[in-house]
Design a protein around this ligand. Sequence first.
Ligand code: NDP
Ligand code: MG
Length: 391
Amino acid sequence: MRRVSVFGATGSIGVNTLDLLTRQGGAEAYQVVALTGGRNVDLLASQARSLRAEIAVTAHEDCLPALRAALHGSGIEAAAGAGALVEAAERPADWVMSAIVGAAGLAPGFAALKHGTTLALANKESLVTAGPLLLAEAARHGARILPVDSEHSAVFQALVGEEISAVERVIITASGGAFRDWPLERLARATVAEASTHPNWAMGQRITIDSASMFNKALEVIETKEYFQIAPEKIEVLVHPESLVHALVGFADGALMAHLGAPDMRHAIGYALNWPARRDLPVARLDLAAIGALTFRAPDLTRFPALALAREVMAIGGTAGAAFNAAKEAALDAFIAGQIGFLDMARGVESVLSEMSARQGLGNVAISLDNVMATDAEARARLHQSISSGK
Ligand code: NDP
Ligand code: MG
């Protein structure tokens, strides 16, 4: 039986992953090794029971008693904390879903590569902060990383049977998020509730707000560079409000291969789960005659400065991705907590990035796990400082 683990099982991607595992036979078809979550221990325990997992891990030590209680009598092990997540990742599995949100997903995903697993990577932050490290670790252990982000899964699928050297450009689409058509003055006053709704996709709150600010697309541009080893100037972003074309790959002969599908993450998750085979998936089939038209436009860099910041990060290199992501996470925390406004997120990230690249020359810092974590911690601290000093 195929051994599988799901990191971030209680989140939006995690729940969709478990839905597919269950539809494809559940505990009869898969040996479920580890399931992990955060504060939602009741859901985690019920998932672990229904898929007969070996171990359930919560990221938070203070949640362990509740997890233990919820698993009582099941024979399923319970553990807690960042170290326990890494230990769970070190348990051999054939397929591991990396769907923890944020930089916290890096260490478990990295650890899972050591036993040559297939890592289905939803946690784009891993590639943004430590792409070269992750790819080298995968190569060293004969592990494989499959993209789960819908745009990257689309690019991956468009590249099947193609030579990467024949790729002229990669276009990832953006719905434009909740504020696609909002003018700058209105963006300045956008609330957390307004930013937490997405026109097309149902996702976790953090990525939904990142979609509204286009920080999500900024991370995805860097993710494209890292995963496919494509030069930054070949990567384009195209606003496509319908979210039906997920990406396009342009080749040397001028051909463009587009990937279309309903905006349902179970497509990309299922592709990574069943790869290289394709299996029937419970996603809507597109009726293009009924849809009628697909529209595209260039992104507005004035209203969405995050996209330009991604270009800067790629130009700097080194641990700039770690600084960018961490500053973004801290700015997002502050926005959610009501400490800063919507547009202050990009302003704060930009100032942390320019301070840190001027002082430490981020581009020259070698990408090791330690350096990435140190850069991450410093970027968060600087972002917090800039808020408390009212900059
Ligand atoms: P959610 O917020 O819905 O879920 C996040 C998961 O991570 C939950 O299981 C949560 O636990 C857990 N978690 C939260 N904080 C920590 C922590 N510090 N340490 C360990 N675990 C933690 O996120 P999504 O499912 O939306 O996103 C997951 C990842 O997938 C992100 O990297 C995102 O960018 C990426 N992604 C998501 C897409 C989507 O459609 N949602 C699309 C493409 C990529 P709990 O809830 O129990 O507290
Ligand atoms: Mg995406």
